[in-house]
Design a protein around this ligand. Structure first.
Ligand SMILES: [Zn+2]
Length: 284
């Protein structure tokens, strides 16, 4: 059994501030160790639950955060950027039987979730999905990184069996992903505050939940939406939308919103990456 683990940092126990999430930040080295241990706990739980192959995809920022010495030698690690599948890289490294999202956080615009953002925090106000033909004012479905990534996995037939992070991200995952097991390691109070369990206790719970999730894998189903899928990105400044509009196929809806109709979930992800990366080149 092949398990693919996507590990982020903002949703790990004890993490509440950018000083912990940015290379060079005062507390970054400690936070990346907590992140590495949570990834390892999920991997150990996967092996406990019957996995024979575990690939861990470093999914945070420059994607070079994981400390190999904290990881079980049986795991393979995907690190570095740019990766065409970003947080779901590894999906093409065989056919995973299940995916785990560990250390995940609330999406941009969600109150209250520590360090809420979706892919590119500096430029994205929020992201919504809707049927291809919907009107500009159709509110659609608000999505976070977990939902977008789960749709890419789901389209390839891969179910998300475990989601860990703050209570906001695990609550959305429980509503959306059929049969998913979740571990909430902290309750967010505001964007920069939370009540967290101890990192060691988080690892204990994640390992137990990971093995349990695999034992119950028959009940877990892929998360999908009918294609084509419209994706609307609300940017934080008009200048970002001016740049995003240059991506071929992207339509400007109004001052700060752009839309793209994608033939598949994978293309939704590519559109989000392309729109946000080009928007991020603009100085405002
Ligand atoms: Zn993230």
């Amino acid at each position: 059994m092949f398990v693919l683990i996507s590990i982020d940092l903002e949703g790990c126990a004890g993490v509440v501030h950018v000083d912990q999430t940015r290379r060079g930040g005062a507390d970054y080295e400690r936070a990346r160790a907590w992140m590495s241990r949570e990834a390892n706990a999920a991997a150990l739980g996967a092996f406990d639950g019957g996995a024979t192959r575990v690939v861990v995809n470093d999914s945070h920022a420059d994607m070079r955060n994981l400390l190999f010495e904290e990881l079980d030698p049986r795991v393979e690690v995907i690190s570095g950027a740019l990766k065409p599948l970003s947080m779901v890289q590894g999906l093409d490294a065989g056919q995973p039987d299940a995916a785990f999202f560990v250390g995940y956080h609330g999406g941009a615009g969600l109150r209250a979730s520590v360090l809420d953002h979706t892919y590119y925090g500096a430029v994205v106000g929020e992201i919504r999905l809707h049927p291809a033909q919907s009107a500009a004012d159709d509110p659609g479905l608000w999505v976070d990184e977990a939902a977008i990534n789960a749709l890419v996995m789901g389209e390839a037939g891969v179910p998300v069996a475990l989601v860990t992070g703050d209570e906001a991200v695990t609550a959305h995952a429980s509503e959306r992903f059929p049969g998913v097991t979740t571990v909430a390691v902290k309750a967010s109070i505001t964007r920069y505050s939370a009540r967290s369990i101890h990192p060691d206790e988080a690892c204990r719970r994640i390992r137990a939940a990971a093995s349990e999730a695999l034992r119950g894998l028959a009940r877990v189903k892929p998360y999908t939406l009918p294609a084509p899928i419209g994706v609307t990105v609300s940017l934080l400044a008009t200048a970002y939308a001016d740049a995003a509009e240059l991506v071929p196929g992207v339509v400007r809806l109004d001052a700060r919103r752009v839309r793209y109709v994608a033939p598949s979930a994978r293309e939704v992800l590519r559109a989000v990456l392309a729109i946000t990366k080009i928007a991020g080149t603009v100085v405002v």
